[in-house]
Design a protein around this ligand. Structure first.
Ligand code: SAH
Ligand code: MG
Length: 190
């Protein structure tokens, strides 16, 4: 069933996590006994399903603004009978206010908005817990010095600014991993 989702993503050009990245993420969740997760950027539910399958006690809230993708995610999550553990919200994440606190916040939405997502949702993070961000290499384009279109340059500049923001943020210790499309793990110090 997971293969079907992977295939659909490929056909419809939906940027779900690649194998190496998702394996890294799910082992991290297991090793650190993470039980509550907020995901920004559901797409069609692939990473949410993978994360939920790590352990029966895991509960996830995931936000997706695109209605077509959200509806596909609803279907996929029902196929896995995970609707009791994965709650989907169809909205722009900037319009969503949550009171819950989470062990992990996974940022995998609009890559240019990561500083804003981080600042908005860090109040929903439990002490000593983690914010993980995907696509910090953006297909290798962030650190590649070839000439880029203006839009692409704007995006890769934003990603570089986000990395700098993480490095300078004294409230978190961040490690960067050259795995998948580039992943950071920021641990809240307090
Ligand atoms: N986490 C998924 C892939 C997410 S792709 C997986 O690995 O399976 C990124 C998704 O973020 C896209 O579907 C896009 O529509 C969504 N997105 C981008 N900006 C958003 C925002 N501000 N609020 C909610 N969703 C957003
Ligand atoms: Mg991603």
């Amino acid at each position: 069933m997971l293969e079907q989702i992977e295939q659909y993503a490929k056909q419809c050009n939906i940027p779900i996590m690649q194998k190496e990245g998702i394996d890294f993420l799910t082992s991290f969740i297991k090793k650190n006994n993470i039980k509550t997760i907020l995901e920004i950027g559901t797409a069609i539910g692939y990473s949410a399903i993978k994360m939920a399958l790590v352990d029966e006690d895991i509960k996830i809230i995931s936000i997706e603004r695109d209605e077509v993708r959200y509806l596909e995610a609803v279907k996929n999550i029902e196929k896995f009978q995970l609707q009791n553990r994965i709650k989907l919200i169809n909205a722009d994440a900037f319009d969503v206010n949550l009171n819950e606190k989470f062990d992990l916040i996974f940022l995998d939405a609009a890559k240019a908005q990561n500083i804003k997502f981080f600042k908005k949702f860090e109040e929903n993070l439990n002490n000593q817990k983690y914010i993980i961000t995907d696509n910090l290499n953006f297909h290798g384009l962030v650190d590649n010095c070839e000439k880029k279109s203006k839009n692409l340059r704007r995006l890769t500049d934003k990603i570089r600014q986000y990395r700098q923001f993480l490095k300078e943020n004294r409230n978190y210790n961040t490690d960067f991993y050259n795995i998948g499309d580039g992943i950071s793990i920021s641990k809240k110090v307090i």
